[in-house]
Design a protein around this ligand. Sequence first.
Ligand code: FUB
Length: 327
Amino acid sequence: MTKKVQQNEPIVTHLYTADPSAHVFDGKLYIYPSHDLDHDGPDNDNGDQYRMEDYHVLSMESIDGPVEDHGEALHVRDVPWASKQMWAPDAAYKNGTYYFYFPARDHDGVFRIGVATSQSPTGPFKPEKNYIEGSYSIDPAVFVDQDNRAYCYFGGLWGGQLEKWQTGTFLPDVEEGPELDQPAIGPRIAELSEDMLSFKAEPKEISIVDEEGNPIVAGDEDRRYFEGPWIHKYNDYYYLSYSTGTTHKIVYAISKNPEGPFEFKGTILNPVIGWTTHHSIVEFNNKWYLFYHDCSLSDGVNHKRSVKFTELHYNEDGTIQTIDPYK
Ligand code: FUB
Protein backbone atom coordinates (compact mmCIF):
# COMPACT_ATOMS: atom_id res chain seq x y z
CA MET A 1 0.00 0.00 0.00
CA THR A 2 1.54 3.32 -1.01
CA LYS A 3 1.06 6.58 0.84
CA LYS A 4 -1.38 9.36 0.03
CA VAL A 5 -1.23 10.68 -3.53
CA GLN A 6 -1.52 14.10 -5.10
CA GLN A 7 -2.85 15.31 -8.41
CA ASN A 8 -0.25 15.40 -11.20
CA GLU A 9 2.16 13.15 -9.27
CA PRO A 10 2.82 9.43 -9.95
CA ILE A 11 0.22 7.41 -8.05
CA VAL A 12 2.76 4.64 -7.50
CA THR A 13 6.55 4.68 -7.69
CA HIS A 14 7.42 1.03 -6.99
CA LEU A 15 6.37 0.08 -10.57
CA TYR A 16 6.37 1.91 -13.88
CA THR A 17 2.75 2.08 -15.00
CA ALA A 18 1.08 3.47 -18.14
CA ASP A 19 -2.15 3.56 -20.18
CA PRO A 20 -4.49 3.84 -17.16
CA SER A 21 -8.09 2.72 -17.56
CA ALA A 22 -9.97 3.95 -14.49
CA HIS A 23 -13.35 2.59 -13.40
CA VAL A 24 -15.57 2.84 -10.34
CA PHE A 25 -16.90 -0.54 -9.24
CA ASP A 26 -19.02 -0.71 -6.06
CA GLY A 27 -17.99 2.80 -5.03
CA LYS A 28 -14.25 2.14 -5.23
CA LEU A 29 -11.83 3.39 -7.87
CA TYR A 30 -9.87 0.76 -9.79
CA ILE A 31 -7.06 1.51 -12.22
CA TYR A 32 -6.07 -1.00 -14.92
CA PRO A 33 -2.69 0.13 -16.28
CA SER A 34 0.04 -1.37 -18.42
CA HIS A 35 3.11 -2.43 -16.42
CA ASP A 36 6.21 -0.95 -18.07
CA LEU A 37 9.45 -2.90 -17.84
CA ASP A 38 12.90 -1.46 -17.32
CA HIS A 39 15.42 -2.45 -20.04
CA ASP A 40 18.11 -0.93 -22.27
CA GLY A 41 16.73 -2.17 -25.61
CA PRO A 42 16.05 -0.05 -28.70
CA ASP A 43 13.33 2.61 -28.91
CA ASN A 44 11.64 2.74 -32.33
CA ASP A 45 8.44 3.67 -34.20
CA ASN A 46 7.30 0.05 -34.07
CA GLY A 47 7.00 0.27 -30.27
CA ASP A 48 9.52 -2.53 -29.59
CA GLN A 49 10.49 -0.71 -26.39
CA TYR A 50 7.09 -1.51 -24.87
CA ARG A 51 7.89 -5.06 -23.76
CA MET A 52 5.33 -5.51 -21.04
CA GLU A 53 4.66 -9.03 -19.76
CA ASP A 54 1.99 -8.71 -17.11
CA TYR A 55 -0.66 -6.54 -15.47
CA HIS A 56 -1.24 -5.29 -11.94
CA VAL A 57 -4.53 -3.76 -10.78
CA LEU A 58 -4.42 -0.69 -8.53
CA SER A 59 -7.24 0.63 -6.35
CA MET A 60 -8.07 3.69 -4.27
CA GLU A 61 -10.84 4.13 -1.69
CA SER A 62 -10.65 7.89 -2.16
CA ILE A 63 -9.01 10.14 -4.73
CA ASP A 64 -6.14 11.13 -2.47
CA GLY A 65 -5.21 7.50 -1.83
CA PRO A 66 -3.59 5.49 -0.47
CA VAL A 67 -3.15 3.30 -3.57
CA GLU A 68 -3.22 -0.45 -3.22
CA ASP A 69 -1.34 -2.69 -5.67
CA HIS A 70 -3.22 -5.99 -5.85
CA GLY A 71 -0.27 -7.82 -7.42
CA GLU A 72 -0.06 -9.70 -10.70
CA ALA A 73 -3.53 -10.09 -12.25
CA LEU A 74 -2.48 -11.73 -15.54
CA HIS A 75 0.83 -12.78 -17.13
CA VAL A 76 1.60 -13.43 -20.80
CA ARG A 77 2.81 -16.95 -19.93
CA ASP A 78 -0.77 -17.84 -18.96
CA VAL A 79 -2.31 -16.66 -22.23
CA PRO A 80 -2.15 -19.53 -24.78
CA TRP A 81 -2.54 -17.35 -27.89
CA ALA A 82 -0.19 -14.47 -26.87
CA SER A 83 3.56 -14.20 -27.39
CA LYS A 84 4.60 -10.75 -26.09
CA GLN A 85 3.81 -7.06 -25.57
CA MET A 86 0.85 -6.90 -23.19
CA TRP A 87 -0.16 -3.32 -24.04
CA ALA A 88 -2.92 -0.97 -22.87
CA PRO A 89 -5.79 -2.89 -21.20
CA ASP A 90 -9.30 -2.11 -20.02
CA ALA A 91 -11.88 -3.72 -17.74
CA ALA A 92 -15.66 -3.92 -17.57
CA TYR A 93 -18.31 -5.34 -15.25
CA LYS A 94 -21.48 -7.05 -16.40
CA ASN A 95 -23.79 -9.79 -15.11
CA GLY A 96 -21.74 -10.38 -11.92
CA THR A 97 -18.40 -10.91 -13.72
CA TYR A 98 -15.37 -8.67 -14.26
CA TYR A 99 -13.92 -8.75 -17.77
CA PHE A 100 -10.35 -7.75 -18.55
CA TYR A 101 -9.50 -6.85 -22.18
CA PHE A 102 -5.91 -6.68 -23.36
CA PRO A 103 -3.93 -6.54 -26.60
CA ALA A 104 -0.84 -8.64 -27.29
CA ARG A 105 1.00 -10.05 -30.27
CA ASP A 106 -0.09 -13.54 -31.23
CA HIS A 107 2.44 -16.21 -32.23
CA ASP A 108 2.61 -14.72 -35.76
CA GLY A 109 3.46 -11.25 -34.43
CA VAL A 110 -0.02 -9.86 -35.18
CA PHE A 111 -1.66 -7.74 -32.48
CA ARG A 112 -4.97 -9.20 -31.29
CA ILE A 113 -7.30 -8.48 -28.39
CA GLY A 114 -7.98 -11.02 -25.68
CA VAL A 115 -10.39 -11.25 -22.79
CA ALA A 116 -10.01 -12.76 -19.33
CA THR A 117 -12.54 -13.06 -16.50
CA SER A 118 -12.71 -12.95 -12.73
CA GLN A 119 -15.27 -12.71 -9.96
CA SER A 120 -13.15 -9.93 -8.42
CA PRO A 121 -12.25 -6.52 -9.91
CA THR A 122 -8.63 -7.14 -8.92
CA GLY A 123 -8.31 -10.55 -10.56
CA PRO A 124 -6.48 -12.85 -10.98
CA PHE A 125 -8.07 -13.01 -14.43
CA LYS A 126 -8.49 -16.28 -16.31
CA PRO A 127 -7.85 -15.79 -20.03
CA GLU A 128 -9.91 -17.33 -22.80
CA LYS A 129 -7.95 -19.87 -24.86
CA ASN A 130 -8.02 -17.77 -28.03
CA TYR A 131 -8.16 -14.05 -28.81
CA ILE A 132 -11.53 -12.52 -29.66
CA GLU A 133 -12.36 -13.71 -33.16
CA GLY A 134 -12.28 -10.78 -35.59
CA SER A 135 -10.17 -8.62 -33.24
CA TYR A 136 -6.96 -6.91 -34.28
CA SER A 137 -4.67 -3.99 -33.38
CA ILE A 138 -4.40 -2.51 -29.87
CA ASP A 139 -5.88 -0.40 -27.08
CA PRO A 140 -9.30 -1.90 -26.32
CA ALA A 141 -11.69 0.39 -24.42
CA VAL A 142 -14.95 -1.26 -23.39
CA PHE A 143 -18.02 0.81 -22.65
CA VAL A 144 -21.18 -0.65 -21.10
CA ASP A 145 -24.06 1.66 -21.94
CA GLN A 146 -27.11 2.44 -19.79
CA ASP A 147 -29.16 -0.04 -21.86
CA ASN A 148 -26.56 -2.73 -20.96
CA ARG A 149 -25.23 -3.00 -24.53
CA ALA A 150 -21.43 -3.15 -24.49
CA TYR A 151 -19.04 -1.85 -27.14
CA CYS A 152 -15.33 -2.41 -27.68
CA TYR A 153 -13.44 0.53 -29.23
CA PHE A 154 -9.89 -0.17 -30.35
CA GLY A 155 -7.06 0.49 -32.79
CA GLY A 156 -3.71 2.19 -33.10
CA LEU A 157 -1.41 3.31 -35.92
CA TRP A 158 2.29 2.41 -36.46
CA GLY A 159 3.22 -0.32 -33.90
CA GLY A 160 -0.53 -0.82 -33.40
CA GLN A 161 -0.71 -2.09 -37.03
CA LEU A 162 -3.99 -0.38 -38.03
CA GLU A 163 -2.52 0.65 -41.41
CA LYS A 164 -2.09 -3.04 -42.22
CA TRP A 165 -5.85 -3.65 -41.77
CA GLN A 166 -7.10 -0.93 -44.15
CA THR A 167 -8.57 -3.50 -46.54
CA GLY A 168 -10.12 -5.55 -43.71
CA THR A 169 -7.42 -8.22 -44.14
CA PHE A 170 -3.96 -8.15 -42.53
CA LEU A 171 -1.39 -7.05 -45.12
CA PRO A 172 2.01 -7.33 -43.36
CA ASP A 173 3.94 -5.18 -45.85
CA VAL A 174 1.65 -2.14 -45.76
CA GLU A 175 3.24 0.71 -43.77
CA GLU A 176 1.39 3.75 -45.09
CA GLY A 177 -2.02 5.18 -44.32
CA PRO A 178 -4.19 7.13 -46.78
CA GLU A 179 -2.93 10.17 -48.78
CA LEU A 180 -2.67 13.24 -46.53
CA ASP A 181 -5.81 14.88 -48.00
CA GLN A 182 -7.92 11.74 -47.63
CA PRO A 183 -10.00 10.73 -44.59
CA ALA A 184 -7.75 9.50 -41.78
CA ILE A 185 -7.92 5.91 -40.56
CA GLY A 186 -10.53 5.79 -37.79
CA PRO A 187 -10.70 3.74 -34.61
CA ARG A 188 -12.79 0.59 -34.72
CA ILE A 189 -15.95 -0.32 -32.82
CA ALA A 190 -17.50 -3.74 -32.28
CA GLU A 191 -20.53 -4.48 -30.16
CA LEU A 192 -19.82 -7.26 -27.67
CA SER A 193 -22.03 -10.32 -27.38
CA GLU A 194 -24.21 -10.80 -24.30
CA ASP A 195 -21.49 -12.91 -22.60
CA MET A 196 -18.88 -10.19 -23.32
CA LEU A 197 -16.48 -12.76 -24.82
CA SER A 198 -16.96 -12.21 -28.54
CA PHE A 199 -17.85 -9.58 -31.14
CA LYS A 200 -21.46 -9.63 -32.36
CA ALA A 201 -20.34 -8.64 -35.85
CA GLU A 202 -17.26 -7.52 -37.75
CA PRO A 203 -15.72 -4.31 -36.35
CA LYS A 204 -16.71 -1.06 -38.09
CA GLU A 205 -14.58 2.01 -38.69
CA ILE A 206 -15.63 5.14 -36.78
CA SER A 207 -15.75 8.44 -38.65
CA ILE A 208 -14.44 11.61 -36.95
CA VAL A 209 -15.58 14.80 -38.67
CA ASP A 210 -15.04 18.54 -38.33
CA GLU A 211 -17.77 21.08 -37.45
CA GLU A 212 -18.93 21.07 -41.10
CA GLY A 213 -19.26 17.30 -41.20
CA ASN A 214 -16.14 16.74 -43.33
CA PRO A 215 -13.95 13.80 -42.31
CA ILE A 216 -10.73 14.74 -40.50
CA VAL A 217 -7.98 13.99 -43.02
CA ALA A 218 -4.83 11.94 -42.54
CA GLY A 219 -2.54 14.99 -42.80
CA ASP A 220 -4.34 16.80 -39.96
CA GLU A 221 -2.07 15.43 -37.24
CA ASP A 222 -3.44 17.81 -34.59
CA ARG A 223 -6.87 16.19 -34.86
CA ARG A 224 -6.68 12.81 -36.55
CA TYR A 225 -6.99 9.57 -34.57
CA PHE A 226 -3.75 7.79 -33.65
CA GLU A 227 -4.42 5.43 -30.69
CA GLY A 228 -5.80 5.11 -27.17
CA PRO A 229 -9.60 5.50 -27.55
CA TRP A 230 -11.78 6.14 -24.50
CA ILE A 231 -15.54 6.59 -24.33
CA HIS A 232 -17.55 8.25 -21.61
CA LYS A 233 -21.02 9.74 -21.51
CA TYR A 234 -21.90 13.23 -20.30
CA ASN A 235 -25.27 14.98 -20.73
CA ASP A 236 -26.48 12.33 -23.19
CA TYR A 237 -23.48 12.72 -25.50
CA TYR A 238 -20.85 10.06 -26.11
CA TYR A 239 -17.38 11.58 -25.80
CA LEU A 240 -14.70 9.76 -27.81
CA SER A 241 -11.26 10.88 -26.64
CA TYR A 242 -7.95 9.67 -28.05
CA SER A 243 -4.26 10.35 -28.62
CA THR A 244 -3.09 12.21 -31.73
CA GLY A 245 0.24 10.32 -31.51
CA THR A 246 2.74 12.40 -33.49
CA THR A 247 1.42 15.67 -32.03
CA HIS A 248 1.15 14.14 -28.53
CA LYS A 249 -2.26 15.48 -27.53
CA ILE A 250 -5.36 13.95 -25.98
CA VAL A 251 -8.31 15.33 -27.95
CA TYR A 252 -12.02 14.57 -28.14
CA ALA A 253 -15.07 14.42 -30.38
CA ILE A 254 -18.74 13.93 -29.47
CA SER A 255 -21.79 12.15 -30.84
CA LYS A 256 -25.34 11.20 -29.89
CA ASN A 257 -24.64 7.70 -31.24
CA PRO A 258 -22.02 5.34 -29.76
CA GLU A 259 -21.01 4.37 -33.31
CA GLY A 260 -20.60 7.98 -34.43
CA PRO A 261 -19.90 9.91 -36.56
CA PHE A 262 -18.14 11.96 -33.88
CA GLU A 263 -17.68 15.71 -34.28
CA PHE A 264 -14.24 16.98 -33.27
CA LYS A 265 -14.36 19.41 -30.34
CA GLY A 266 -10.89 20.17 -28.95
CA THR A 267 -7.92 19.29 -26.79
CA ILE A 268 -8.23 17.75 -23.33
CA LEU A 269 -4.54 17.32 -22.44
CA ASN A 270 -1.52 19.13 -23.82
CA PRO A 271 1.64 17.04 -24.48
CA VAL A 272 3.28 15.29 -21.55
CA ILE A 273 6.93 14.34 -21.07
CA GLY A 274 7.54 11.22 -23.20
CA TRP A 275 6.38 10.19 -26.69
CA THR A 276 3.12 8.46 -25.85
CA THR A 277 0.07 9.95 -24.19
CA HIS A 278 -2.83 7.75 -23.07
CA HIS A 279 -5.68 8.43 -20.73
CA SER A 280 -9.11 7.58 -19.31
CA ILE A 281 -11.91 9.72 -17.90
CA VAL A 282 -13.98 8.71 -14.88
CA GLU A 283 -16.58 10.21 -12.55
CA PHE A 284 -15.82 9.49 -8.91
CA ASN A 285 -17.76 10.96 -5.97
CA ASN A 286 -19.38 13.62 -8.18
CA LYS A 287 -16.14 14.91 -9.67
CA TRP A 288 -14.58 14.08 -13.01
CA TYR A 289 -10.96 12.94 -13.33
CA LEU A 290 -8.49 12.43 -16.13
CA PHE A 291 -6.05 9.58 -15.58
CA TYR A 292 -2.96 9.85 -17.79
CA HIS A 293 0.74 9.00 -17.80
CA ASP A 294 4.05 10.68 -18.39
CA CYS A 295 7.76 9.89 -18.15
CA SER A 296 8.77 12.47 -15.53
CA LEU A 297 9.74 9.86 -12.90
CA SER A 298 12.19 8.20 -15.33
CA ASP A 299 13.52 11.55 -16.63
CA GLY A 300 11.92 11.07 -20.03
CA VAL A 301 12.56 7.40 -20.85
CA ASN A 302 9.67 6.58 -23.24
CA HIS A 303 9.04 3.07 -21.97
CA LYS A 304 9.23 3.93 -18.25
CA ARG A 305 6.00 5.77 -17.61
CA SER A 306 3.97 6.65 -14.52
CA VAL A 307 0.23 6.98 -14.07
CA LYS A 308 -1.05 10.29 -12.72
CA PHE A 309 -4.46 11.95 -12.45
CA THR A 310 -5.94 15.41 -12.42
CA GLU A 311 -9.43 16.86 -12.09
CA LEU A 312 -11.28 17.54 -15.36
CA HIS A 313 -13.74 20.40 -15.79
CA TYR A 314 -16.58 20.93 -18.27
CA ASN A 315 -17.80 24.27 -19.50
CA GLU A 316 -21.54 24.97 -19.39
CA ASP A 317 -21.92 24.00 -23.05
CA GLY A 318 -20.42 20.55 -22.37
CA THR A 319 -16.99 21.29 -23.84
CA ILE A 320 -13.98 20.21 -21.79
CA GLN A 321 -11.41 22.66 -20.45
CA THR A 322 -7.90 21.97 -21.79
CA ILE A 323 -5.47 20.73 -19.17
CA ASP A 324 -1.82 21.70 -19.06
CA PRO A 325 -0.14 18.84 -17.17
CA TYR A 326 2.63 21.01 -15.70
CA LYS A 327 0.80 24.16 -14.54
O1 FUB B 1 1.82 1.03 -23.83
C1 FUB B 1 2.03 0.63 -25.17
C2 FUB B 1 1.33 1.55 -26.10
O2 FUB B 1 1.81 2.89 -25.92
C3 FUB B 1 -0.15 1.68 -25.90
O3 FUB B 1 -0.87 0.59 -26.36
C4 FUB B 1 -0.40 2.96 -26.60
O4 FUB B 1 -1.65 3.52 -26.39
C5 FUB B 1 0.74 3.80 -26.09
O5 FUB B 1 0.44 4.38 -24.84
